[in-house]
Design a binder for this molecule. Sequence first.
Ligand code: GRF
Length: 196
Amino acid sequence: MKKLAVLVSGGGSNLQSIIEQTRSGILKDIAEVVLVISSNPSAYGLERAKKENIKAIALDYKNMDKNDYDKQLYNLIKDSDADLICLAGYLKKIPDVIVKEYKSRVLNIHPALLPKFGGKGMYGHFVHEAVVKAKEKKSGPTVHYVDENYDTGSIILQKEVSVYETDTPEDVAKRVLVQEHIIFPEAIKKVIENLK
Ligand code: GRF
């Protein structure tokens, strides 16, 4: 059974989907979420973890010294004995020391078809606004390995969705999010199978 540390900054719907798949879906008897860490103390993702009796820690990024934050993040992950680190709507950069020590074991989900519409500042609604503005005919989520930059690690899974001329960025976000909840657990399963 592989241990997952899941990092969030917001609502945690991807975290919820991963938890559900470990309980009764494609990750049952394969993985378990042992720790949830949020960079934002008011993230609803923390509530989701607590409801599922999973250890949930808030690190207040905004009010902490960056070195302290990074050190606490590293120690919490090490102490959890996690095999994989899953960034599920986590908005901060992962310290290089973690990327190096957990090479090919840190996964991120991005709400666009990387390498398009990625990079620093491209998160949440900014992504979908750019997709609509560019009049793209398709979009969709990407799960990729995390390296030292934003959104540039090798791609594990992607899923295309259509973008219609009448779509608002919110329409695209909703359609992409549905597929995020499907491919993130699938990507975790695929990585675990490659770990063996
Ligand atoms: C998702 O759209 C994800 O692609 C992006 O942030 C959002 C997280 O949503 N990284 P949630 O917190 O998992 O609901």
